[in-house]
Design a protein around this ligand. Structure first.
Ligand SMILES: Cc1ncc(COP(=O)(O)O)c(C=O)c1O
Length: 462
């Protein structure tokens, strides 16, 4: 029987986590592909459920190594997207070696047993984490780690309400989209978790409180709003947020997190940082929150924690939150997968041995300068912002530079893809640039040259 799509499910949302896969530019891109690639894409679209940001797909890959990947036609791309899982690049030899060695001995560990790679990785995370963060649970993905953090916050406080941010993303499951603030995930999907309050994010660029002023002049109104909700509700279990938004790279003003931390303490709520995408060096520090002078009660880690090759995530919680031995917080089949943990240990070793934290800070700073210089030359290039190698570049309307230009952002993306540079567009008009921390200076320059050429291409066709 043929099924037809209900009428209410037709409208794609164009301002979200990533660029959507139903745009006119996507269609042009697909039309330009060779027949062998299109045949595989058609098969992919035949067998996989279609969903936003994924199937139908862009291209077919055959190899991923170092800073890039290769498609069916041997075309190479620099990967400035990588789902933010490629801090150490693709298939880092040390990660692959550790995985192969682990596969040869203990590839899997059934529940009720433990294994050395899992213990060593938990020990390593605790040794890296500041403050009282001293207890770990693993999960097969960031969404599940966020779910575990929510459960632990409920158990620890005896409360269930949360405060999270509009426009945020914490995973695609029903509990995580209840926390999240993106229409693309929340709309048309039915009732969400009760008690998930939302507040506007700190967004120094295009601040809704103070559009024409600086963060200093509005005196942290966004942080005060969180305190207001904490006080009015009076029974909030946790404030859950990324230290800064990993897609649109909205970096809160100085003083924001210390203010929120204090407010949480005052009102008995936990502070939970979701560092699924920002942990392990992306922001130039092992934990992104180290940039903000606060320590959360629970932090979630993911993506690059599996070395870019295994699904692995974790929570690291305050040691004294070990209060729920009678409850299954994260009853996951791959809870202590030794192969995933071996990959994670190897990845952290690479980050330390190759000095990737400092590398992210230095290369990030240099690159931000070059991105800002692009803006001086091209009126459609707006603010460049970033921390470490989490960088965002706004694409704006030439005649109205305070207005976003999503159509042009999309054209720049596809022009870059054509030239061999992959990244995503977030929030409609922000080019999200998250290269591997191992990227060479030469490859960064190549990526910037591609980006500038793409900007010029759109100027010529405007
Ligand atoms: C901030 C954040 N939290 C949670 C998740 C979900 O992680 P996963 O896809 O591993 O479940 C993501 C994924 O993009 C994320 O960026």
């Amino acid at each position: 029987m043929k099924s037809s799509r209900p009428k209410h499910l037709h409208q794609p949302v164009d301002s979200s986590e990533g660029d959507v896969n139903l745009s006119p530019e996507r269609q042009k891109w697909i039309n330009s592909l060779d027949s062998a690639t299109r045949k595989l894409l058609d098969q992919d679209a035949e067998f996989f459920l279609h969903q936003s940001l994924s199937t139908p797909c862009l291209d077919v890959l055959t190899q991923a190594r170092g800073s890039g990947f290769t498609d069916l036609n041997s075309k190479t791309f620099l990967d400035f997207h990588g789902n933010s899982a490629h801090q150490v690049g693709h298939a880092h030899p040390k990660v692959i070696e550790a995985v192969k060695a682990q596969l040869d001995t203990l590839a899997f560990c059934p529940r009720r047993f433990t294994n050395e790679p899992a213990i060593r990785l938990a020990e390593k995370l605790v040794s890296l984490a500041p403050g009282d963060l001293g207890k770990v649970l693993f999960a097969p993905g960031g969404t599940s780690a966020v779910g575990m953090a929510l459960k632990l916050a409920r158990m620890a406080t005896g409360r269930f309400k949360t405060i999270s941010m509009w426009d945020s993303f914490h995973g695609a499951s029903l509990d995580a989209i209840s926390l999240g603030g993106e229409a693309l995930f929340r709309n048309q999907i039915g009732p969400l978790l009760p008690g998930t309050e939302h507040v506007p994010p700190a967004e120094p660029y295009r601040c809704m409180w103070n559009p024409d002023g600086s963060c200093e002049s509005c005196d942290l109104r966004c942080a005060k709003y969180i305190e207001y909700v904490l006080e009015r509700e009076g029974d909030v279990a946790a404030v859950v947020a990324e230290p800064f938004r990993c897609t649109t790279i909205n970096i809160p003003p100085q003083g924001y997190w210390p203010y929120v931390r204090k407010a949480c303490d005052k009102h008995g709520a936990l502070l939970v940082f979701d560092e699924t995408a920002l942990c392990l060096g992306r922001a130039g520090t092992m934990f992104a929150f180290e940039n903000f002078g606060v320590v959360p009660d629970i932090v979630t880690l993911g993506k690059g924690l599996g070395g870019g090759v295994f699904p692995l995530a974790a929570i690291v919680a305050r040691k004294d939150l070990d209060i729920a031995p009678h409850v299954a917080l994260g009853h996951y089949t791959h809870e202590k997968n030794p192969t995933a943990c071996a990959a994670g240990l190897a990845a952290i070793e690479v980050i330390e041995q190759e000095g990737l934290l400092a590398r992210a800070r230095v290369l990030g700073r240099e690159t931000l300068g070059k991105l800002a210089a692009l803006g001086d030359k091209h009126p459609c290039v707006g603010q460049a912002r970033g921390l470490g190698l989490a960088m965002g570049l706004e694409i704006v309307q030439e005649r109205h530079p305070s207005e976003p230009d999503p159509a042009r952002a999309e054209r720049i993306l596809y022009s870059c893809l054509k030239q061999g540079l992959s990244f995503k567009v977030s929030g409609g008009s922000c080019l999200t640039l998250t290269p591997p921390l191992t990227l060479s200076g030469q490859d960064m320059d190549l990526a910037l040259a591609i980006l500038e050429q793409a900007v010029i291409d759109t100027e010529n066709t405007a």
